[in-house]
Design a protein around this ligand. Structure first.
Ligand SMILES: Cc1cc2nc3c(=O)[nH]c(=O)nc-3n(C[C@H](O)[C@H](O)[C@H](O)COP(=O)(O)OP(=O)(O)OC[C@H]3O[C@@H](n4cnc5c(N)ncnc54)[C@H](O)[C@@H]3O)c2cc1C
Length: 417
């Protein structure tokens, strides 16, 4: 397979590169202490939904300026059709766009509003819902959170119990969601709720709703994670009234809307590029420094241990493989087919490469690898923080065990266990 750019793709790539060089605000630099979003493609240090509301006016303005520059080209939502304000890019152009954004280490904007909610509303929303939400997602006026998981419904999402009882033209919501990423910064939320507990199968009694997070009866409680940040929340609902017109799709058919939403996940090229960049940073650091004591096999040795070099070579190969997996997924989509177990291979392998790279980086730094403070550790403690942060990667967006089940049954044709 020839992955080289066609002349048109090469010209598009150059256009994106020039645009980033000319339009990315110099003052919009990574905030290393910011709470990270959970998307693996996100550039470390940026969290656009939070940045747009930052207490620091310079940061706030720069985040807004970057969104406005992207909006001029429809590049806030490169994958949305043009009639809805996107750029209507083909799959391979989207791939190139994402690759260049990650390569330049500049953030995408819009969060899950752009990546997940917008495409879902375009496919399943009413005209009224599209008119109300799409322009505000594109302008960055509203940020979204996704309320799917519950304490007893994660991998088995259809087991969700949060109730929505119909009262005339409203649903009354009671129950709890958990792990709701970014809910503390979000203005709106989409959620799946149980409207018919007596349905024939548990998938059939579920409805998809969207609502303002300021609606009376909603309380959001941030959860502190191992990195001492608050990327996600517990979200509680007590007699929360949501108008029926805010339902997306039919009553009791929300499961299918939710599954379609999960299909809009990105191809993952940003992850592959980001990991390669981090590895290159590590190699550059190592070239300019002597090995730390724990990496030396003897007191007088100052070269890097051969095992460290071999590990880095492994990571280099793996990041190449990951890029090729992402290209395979994109090429399937470019043929108008839906990636199936191939997307699971990407997710599974990508999360393992992420964790292995963080481990290699931390180990390479020897005793420095135990220092958490950015001011005192090499490379601003990126790898040791990523070592802890990447633990979540084999859980979110479908855990590794679930991906392996998909690969086994749909990819290898093995019987269900
Ligand atoms: C950083 C992060 C951000 C998240 N953001 C969001 C969000 O914004 N919105 C949202 O709704 N949710 C979010 N989640 C929740 C996420 O979707 C769930 O954590 C995930 O689906 C796993 O569910 P669970 O945690 O309930 O684990 P469980 O489903 O209880 O799984 C526990 C363990 O059992 C294994 N297991 C479960 N079923 C099987 C099976 N059939 N075969 C083999 N092994 C199995 C799992 O792999 C796992 O190891 C987030 C999670 C994380 C970590």
């Amino acid at each position: 397979m020839d992955w080289a750019d066609t002349p048109e793709q090469a010209a598009f790539r150059e256009d994106v590169r020039t645009f980033i060089k000319e339009r990315f605000p110099e003052s919009y630099r990574p905030d290393l202490e910011s709470e990270q979003s959970v998307e693996p493609e996100d550039i470390p240090g940026y969290n656009w939904p939070a940045d747009r509301r930052s207490d620091d006016p310079e940061r706030r303005e720069a985040a807004t300026e970057w969104a406005a520059a992207l909006a001029e080209r429809g590049w806030v939502a490169p994958h949305w059709p043009k009639q809805y304000g996107g750029a209507g890019l083909g799959v391979l152009e989207q791939f190139i766009f994402n690759e260049e954004m990650a390569d330049a280490r500049v953030p995408m904007v819009g969060g899950i509003g752009v990546s997940l909610v917008g495409p879902t509303l375009i496919a399943y929303g009413t005209e009224e819902q599209q008119q109300e939400h799409l322009p505000r997602i594109l302008s960055g006026e509203i940020a979204w959170a996704q309320g799917f998981s519950e304490p007893a419904a994660g991998s088995d999402l259809a087991a969700l119990q949060m109730r929505a009882t119909r009262e005339d033209d409203e649903y009354v919501l009671n129950g709890q969601k958990i792990w709701t990423s970014g809910a503390q910064h979000a203005d709106w939320m989409c959620a799946i709720v149980r409207t018919n507990p007596d349905a024939e199968t548990k998938h059939r009694g579920i409805t998809f709703l969207v609502f303002d997070t300021d609606t009376k009866g909603i309380s959001v409680r941030p959860i502190v994670d191992m990195t001492d940040q608050k990327p996600f929340n517990e979200t509680f609902f007590e007699d929360v009234r949501v108008p029926v017109r805010q339902r997306v799709g039919d009553e009791n058919r929300g499961w299918y809307v939710a599954m379609a939403m999960l299909d809009f996940e990105r191809s993952g090229i940003g992850g592959a590029v980001g990991y390669r960049k981090a590895l290159e940073d590590l190699i550059e650091y190592v070239r300019g420094h002597e090995a730390s004591p724990s990496c030396q096999s003897g007191a007088v040795r100052t070269d890097w241990h051969a095992a460290t070099r071999l590990e880095m070579a492994d990571r280099y190969i793996e990041t190449d493989i990951l890029k090729n997996f992402a290209l395979r997924t994109a090429s399937i989509q470019a043929r108008d087919e839906i990636p199936n177990y191939e997307a699971s291979v990407n997710k599974l392998f990508g999360s393992e490469v992420h964790q292995a790279l963080a481990r290699t980086g931390t180990k390479t730094l020897g005793l420095y690898g135990g220092i958490w403070s950015r001011a005192d550790a090499p490379m601003q403690a990126f790898f040791q923080r990523d070592y802890v942060g990447s633990a979540a990667h084999t859980i979110f967006s479908g855990s590794s065990e679930i991906q392996r089940n998909v690969i086994a049954t749909r990819g290898l044709g093995l019987p269900r266990g």
